[in-house]
Design a protein around this ligand. Structure first.
Ligand SMILES: Nc1nc2c(c(=O)[nH]1)N[C@H]1C(S)=C(S)[C@@H](COP(=O)(O)O)O[C@H]1N2
Ligand SMILES: [Mo]
Length: 510
């Protein structure tokens, strides 16, 4: 009896290892070809199919940690099925091999249909095809060696030695493929990014005014360092595009279609601007906002050259993986600094932030304006298309709502009684912050001291001095834009067009 269970367990482990070696080899092939790893093909489709509330939860509670968790979840499900297949395979080998084939087929189907940065058919299919074949072969080998013997052959159980040999050989191959992929860097790596020579901008940003940063420890840095910049995207593997292979197509309701290479773009008039980016998913007081110094080509210049035809009211932009974003034409042509950005804080865009080219448009949430890894721009009409997020219940047009955040003190911090300081940031891109006020408990609104303004397209810091008396106290902040509109106290969730309401922080005063 004990023997039988340990044989089942061994067979289950064998099934898992068969699946593991297939995934590891697929992982290697994906890295070499730049095609999608089948796990990621399934994962990207799960992201696209996930109901709004699930996605909102993932963004809110997990942030970028949702990606490894999604991969892990898919691998756990696969491991469970593979374990069952391994056990079944002791008696019915063809069934186990059939299960491996079906799992591989699922990966292949998702690789065909999921969004992916892979453009060629071969690169798109190769990783999943190799995974499928490996899965079938590995499952056949494992189950053959774990087969339940007929009583006549080997009454004492399966051939332990042969099983261990098969399984460890597969494990070594799998581990080798995995390690090779992690250690070697295939495809366009940091080298292609490092090779980019950024020309000097034709129109440089003025130096940051002194006093944009309040001198209070714990307040956000005025310029968000690239590695700290928030990130929102919908792929499991960041696209790594070689600028030499990159092209931007501008077409649709234009007089003349354009195709711009990366070199063409760098040859054009480049402007350098400080622009604060915000995500529509940011909760009141949340972290999905960052400020950077960008260099890019004015989108208006490119559109003017293409010649926008009458009747167009939108630009539909598409990233290399086929994700679409719809932006009002007016926001790109009304004189604001909407750009095809090529640089972020003095370096080529990081891969995570859209290398080689992305859009940045002051005043609009990222999901309607900030297309990363952009490859296609179509001048069109809103009535003629719908974009990725609007298909998922988010608003078609989404100007950024006025917001303010308390960075210091942190929530539930304990501070000393007496003179105290609170500080934070406020933003209302392309309108400009005119006033920030703080309320202690239910007291009157009192003005905070504003830090220097960089531009109306950037966030603005503030500090507030108060006298803390012992007990528990609540600080609430609100901002007013340059047109005199006071930030609303009426709270709204991020969906469908951005969170609203006032941020507050509770502190204990000793
Ligand atoms: N290709 C692509 N572009 C994208 C996204 C994406 O998922 N894919 N996310 C958008 C959203 S919702 C936001 S808020 C910004 C975030 O840009 P960041 O990740 O550089 O901060 O990019 C936008 N551009
Ligand atoms: Mo976003």
């Amino acid at each position: 009896m004990r023997n039988r269970w340990s044989h089942h367990a061994a067979a289950a482990a064998g099934g898992v290892i068969a699946a593991g070696v297939a995934l590891a080899i697929g992982y290697l092939v994906a890295a070499v070809t730049g095609g999608p790893w089948p796990v990621d093909a399934v994962g990207v489709q799960v992201i696209d199919w996930a109901p709004g509330p699930v996605k909102d939860f993932a963004v809110r509670e997990l942030g970028t940690a949702d990606r490894p968790l999604l991969r892990l979840g898919i691998c756990v499900v696969l491991a469970l099925v593979a374990a069952v297949a391994g056990v079944i395979g002791r008696r019915r080998q063809p069934v186990a091999v059939g299960i491996a084939f079906l799992l591989g087929l699922v990966g292949l189907v998702f690789a065909i249909f999921s969004r992916s940065a892979a453009t060629g058919v071969a690169e798109r299919l190769l990783p999943a095809a190799v995974t499928l074949v490996t899965a079938v072969v590995a499952m056949a080998l494992v189950t053959r060696s774990a087969r339940q013997p007929q009583p006549a052959e080997q009454p004492e159980g399966f051939d332990r030695r042969r099983f261990l040999l098969t399984v460890s050989a597969l494990a070594v191959v799998g581990a080798g493929a995995f390690a090779t992929t992690r250690v070697a860097s295939f495809g366009p790596g940091e080298a292609v990014r490092a090779k980019v020579r950024l020309p000097r901008p034709t129109d440089a940003a003025r130096p940051l005014p002194s006093g944009v940063q309040v001198d209070v420890p714990g307040v956000s840095r005025f310029v968000t360092p690239n590695p700290k910049f928030y990130r929102v995207d919908t792929l499991l593997e960041v696209p790594r595009i070689d600028p030499a292979d990159w092209e931007l197509r501008v077409h649709g309701m234009v007089g003349k279609e354009l195709r711009l290479s990366f070199a063409d773009l760098l040859d054009r008039r480049l402007i350098e601007r400080d622009i604060t980016l915000t995500c529509v998913s940011n909760e009141v007081g949340g972290p999905y906002v960052g400020n950077a110094r960008w260099i890019g080509v004015p989108i208006a210049d490119v559109l003017a050259e293409a010649g926008v035809r009458a009747g167009a009211d939108a630009v539909k932009s598409t990233s290399i993986d086929g994700l679409t974003i719809g932006t009002p034409l007016t926001a790109l042509t009304d004189g604001r600094d909407a750009i095809f950005a090529v640089a972020m804080n003095g370096e080529p865009l990081p891969f995570e932030h859209g290398f080689p080219v992305r859009m940045v448009v002051p005043g609009l949430y990222g999901y309607v304006s900030a297309t990363k890894w952009i490859v296609d721009v179509e001048v069109t009409r809103f009535q003629d298309f719908s974009a990725y997020w609007t298909d998922r219940g988010w608003a078609v047009e989404a100007p950024i709502k006025t917001a303010s955040r308390i960075d210091v003190p942190k929530g539930f911090a304990t501070i000393k009684a007496g003179p105290a300081v609170a500080a934070g940031v406020a933003w209302t891109q392309h309108r400009g912050i005119a006033k920030v006020e703080v309320q202690v408990d239910d007291g009157p609104w009192q003005p905070a001291v504003l830090a220097a303004e960089d531009t109306i397209d950037t966030w603005r810091q503030w500090r507030f001095q108060w006298t803390a008396v012992p007990g528990m106290h609540k600080l609430t902040v609100r901002a007013t834009d340059a047109d005199g509109n006071v930030q609303t106290a009426r709270s709204a969730p991020p969906r469908p067009n951005g969170s609203a309401g006032l941020h507050n922080t509770v502190v204990m005063v000793d």
